[in-house]
Design a protein around this ligand. Structure first.
Ligand SMILES: *Cc1c(COP(=O)(O)O)cnc(C)c1O
Length: 411
């Protein structure tokens, strides 16, 4: 079967809900993936952040092999050893509370909406303040919480009870608070929204408002969590501790899992029978989660992310000085956004032609979420390819529209 054959079969049998790149991937190791024809790619956007410890990490593979020979699934009307171990490990890393396990990001967003409503409804509150340009997933509740009309259009009526405010604007949050407000939900760094970093000041202000009005702070760290920004959780940069913390992507090392961590006093409102999932927190998923935490800890990935993040930041900032199509570099640790003055998609394609995989979001923002296990040589090589492609496109842009590039340098 050729790549084109596979694409044709997708056309016939797979629902056409995704924009896909024309690559059939069959193998991965660390920061490398291989296509059907045996071509090797350097992956600086592994699994949309799912493969945070790299593709097929040996410790995750070992966990899958071990657990899958004993027991893969235990429904939640029984106990299993792996679930409490992963819950305890996550609590030890975050704050005192309890954990609800699900299978994806959107599912824990839904869980957080339900928990916040159940917590607030007893005192007549149900509204959740959310941020413009946020992204919380694709289920009906999650798109209602999401601050981007593009994900909502055509699916109305949406779930009511969400109040949208501009990101990083504390006064807007304050103005949006009513006697019906139960919580404030945000991403410490908006990923899909274009790698936009919440200022520490904003996060501290949100926490202060929450204290004053007795509201829950919900941190969606599905993309930023588990080391990505150089601390275990991105909220730790600001010192602000949320009441509810949402994790998914990196946690399973490639296996689907989501986790909602809630402060003890809050989590108590979800008693037996109030929320459930058939698959959530299976021994297999939890074994993968434990393996991922062990990799982050024993391989000292936080220090690595900080150091390599600094290297990447320096190089991209220097490039910005030379490359007129770069408007801004944003991010923290190994979560990096490069906002361009032009469409990012041709850059993604040109990188792919040079066997480098990256992402573009919000049309003009290139996004890198390299595996935290990436080697220095791989990172350097990836950045060199990206640099080459960006300089080529900058040259093309300036030779086509000299006026536009002059304007750019005058800014
Ligand atoms: C990916 C993502 C989600 C949705 O996760 P799924 O597993 O795709 O449902 C929610 N919030 C953020 C911040 C994300 O990055």
């Amino acid at each position: 079967m050729t790549t084109q054959d596979v694409i044709n079969q997708y056309g016939k049998y797979v629902m056409n809900t995704y924009v896909r790149q024309p690559l059939v991937l069959v193998k991965g190791k660390g920061s490398r993936v291989w296509d059907l024809d045996g071509h090797e790619y350097l992956d600086l956007f592994p699994g949309w952040g799912v493969s945070g410890v790299g593709h097929c990490h040996p410790w995750v593979m070992k966990a899958v092999r071990g657990q899958s020979t004993r027991l893969m699934h235990v429904p939640n009307n029984f106990y299993s050893p792996a679930q409490w171990k992963l819950a305890k490990a996550l609590i030890d890393l975050s704050f005192d509370g309890t954990v609800f396990f699900a299978n994806s990001g959107a599912e824990v967003v839904e869980a957080a909406i339900k928990l916040t409503r159940k917590w607030g409804n007893s005192v007549g509150r149900h509204e959740i303040i959310v941020m413009e340009q946020s992204f919380h997933g694709r289920t009906t509740g999650a798109i209602s919480a999401t601050g981007q009309p593009i994900y909502q259009r055509g699916f109305e009526p949406l779930l009511p009870g969400f109040v949208r405010v501009p990101f990083n604007e504390l006064q807007a949050v304050e103005r949006a608070i009513t006697p019906k407000t139960a919580g404030i939900m945000l991403e410490p760094i908006q990923g899909e929204g274009g790698v936009r970093v919440a200022s520490d000041e904003f996060l501290r202000g949100v926490r202060r408002l929450a204290e004053r009005h007795r509201l829950l702070v919900i941190c969606d760290e599905i993309q930023t969590g588990l080391g990505r920004t150089g601390t275990m959780f991105a909220y730790q940069h600001s010192g602000v501790v949320p009441d509810i913390l949402l994790l998914a992507k990196t946690l399973g090392g490639g296996f689907p899992i989501g986790a909602m961590i809630a402060a003890r006093s809050v989590s108590e409102v979800l008693g037996p029978g109030t929320h459930a999932t058939t698959f959530g927190g299976s021994p297999l998923a939890c074994a993968c989660g434990l393996a991922v935490l062990e990799v982050i800890n024993k391989k000292q990935l936080l220090a690595r992310v900080s150091s390599f993040g600094g290297v990447a930041w320096k190089r991209l900032s220097a490039l910005k000085g030379r490359c007129p199509i770069i408007r801004e570099i944003r991010g923290r640790g190994l979560m990096l956004g490069i906002e361009l003055t032009t469409d990012g998609r041709p850059i993604v394609e040109a990188c792919r032609a040079k066997r480098l995989l990256i992402n573009a979001t919000q049309q003009r923002v290139l996004r890198l979420l390299p595996a935290m296990t990436i080697t220095r040589a791989q990172l350097d090589r990836g950045l060199s390819i990206l640099e080459e492609v960006l300089m080529e496109h900058a040259g093309a842009a300036s030779s086509q529209q000299p006026a536009a590039s002059n304007q750019q340098s005058a800014e």
